[in-house]
Design a protein around this ligand. Structure first.
Ligand SMILES: C[S@@+](CC[C@H](N)C(=O)[O-])C[C@H]1O[C@@H](n2cnc3c(N)ncnc32)[C@H](O)[C@@H]1O
Length: 358
């Protein structure tokens, strides 16, 4: 069966409702399904903490802002179509489902047939079983690079490979802020996953705090730090529920110049703490504002696999940052097909909203 055929019928968005979940998220999701009452329950507004709107004017706004990633030698979206996408991650060509690829592939079938790995996802098995390797069996991990930073790609049981390339524009923006600040900068990376953003920030000269609920993800991130030769850089790796961490930092009076948050739609902290984006995000953004330093540089929120437009997170960010001055810029992160023969189409992977001081 060809690479295209294998996935033809599995149309899920890149970081969409199913595909977006990393292993811990997936476990949490399964747990939620079993826990029928919580799955069926509507969010109860009376249970939410009262969050009065901060006084002061709303920040200026820029929208829509479309931030685009084009391919390079580390990563490229080679083609897409028929509900799938063909990407190059380091040395490997990978085929995965892509719900937004409504069109026909632009490249010849032979290009797709040259794939090294295809996410099948058509069974209930976990781990590597969900990947098919048409040429030869591949190991679970492989060497990757992002902008000169070495890290490990990994075939995970939920189609992800350890990096979300669309985040690169946020990372470049953040690195520029750190390098041009002319003073020590503290970065908080919430829901940090395999640590690429933390490594980019540390390399740019920041002191970084990385928080994720998954011990496995944090272990992988630490491995990436060694591989990248950035082990001398100040990164605190913390396995913790993101909300609890932010609340604790607020009580301790600790602050950060840049806060990144890339939360899943649903997740759980290490002690079973429930993260529900629609219920938890207002308090999270308020908590992150409370721990911004006196001279903050940015708060960057990305969201995916939610039934909302970027207008929704834009409105939330603006409201929560009232009185702070600056500007809220919101839109989508997209990846453009790369290469002369490709169709030049773009796939949107996520929504974002970021506050910047000027
Ligand atoms: C999509 S990943 C973030 C990707 C990351 N920003 C990047 O670009 O590499 C979402 C992460 O949130 C973590 N997570 C889920 N629920 C959490 C919670 N309650 N507290 C902290 N982390 C959580 C998951 O373990 C997962 O690593």
């Amino acid at each position: 069966m060809s690479a295209r055929d294998t996935n033809r019928r599995k149309r899920n968005p890149a970081r969409g409702p199913v595909g977006s979940k990393s292993d811990p998220e997936r476990k949490a999701s399964r747990q939620r399904r079993n826990d029928d009452s919580s799955a069926a329950k509507k969010p109860d507004a009376t249970m939410q903490p009262h969050l009065p709107r901060p006084p002061g004017n709303l920040p200026a706004e820029t929208l829509p802002l479309i931030l685009e990633v084009k391919g390079d030698t580390d990563y490229a979206l080679l083609d897409s179509g028929d509900g799938q996408k063909l990407e190059r991650y380091g040395p490997y060509r990978i085929v995965r489902p892509e719900g937004q690829a409504l069109w026909r592939p632009a490249l010849r079938q032979a290009e797709w047939d040259a794939a090294n790995a295809i996410f099948t996802g058509d069974t209930d098995e976990e781990g590597m079983g969900r990947w098919r390797f048409p040429k030869m069996p591949l190991g679970e991990t492989w060497p990757m690079k992002h902008d000169g930073i070495d890290f490990l790609g990994r075939f995970t049981s939920f189609r992800h490979v350890g990096v979300f390339p669309e985040q690169a524009t946020h990372w470049r923006h953040m690195a520029g802020l750190i390098e041009n600040a002319g003073r020590p900068i503290k970065v908080l990376n919430l829901f940090g996953y395999t640590g690429l953003a933390s490594l980019v920030a540390a390399r740019a000269g920041a002191e970084v705090t990385h928080v994720d609920a998954s011990r496995k993800a944090v272990g992988w991130a630490r491995e990436n730090q060694l591989l990248a030769g950035l082990d001398d850089k100040p990164i605190r790796w913390i396995v913790e529920d993101a909300m609890k961490f932010v609340e604790r930092e607020g009580r301790r009076g600790n602050s950060y110049d840049i806060v990144l948050l890339d939360p899943p739609a649903f997740g759980r902290g290490p002690k079973g703490e429930v993260w529900q984006l629609f219920e938890s995000l207002p308090a999270m953004v308020a908590g992150c504002r409370a721990i911004l330093s006196d001279k903050p540089l940015a708060m960057v929120l990305t969201a995916y696999s939610i039934r909302a437009s970027f207008y929704a997170i834009h409105a939330l960010m603006r409201e929560r940052m009232a009185g702070m001055g600056g500007r809220v810029e919101s839109g989508e992160l997209i990846i453009r097909e790369h290469g002369e023969d490709a169709g030049g189409r773009a796939i949107s992977t996520s929504l974002f909203s970021r506050w910047v001081p000027a």
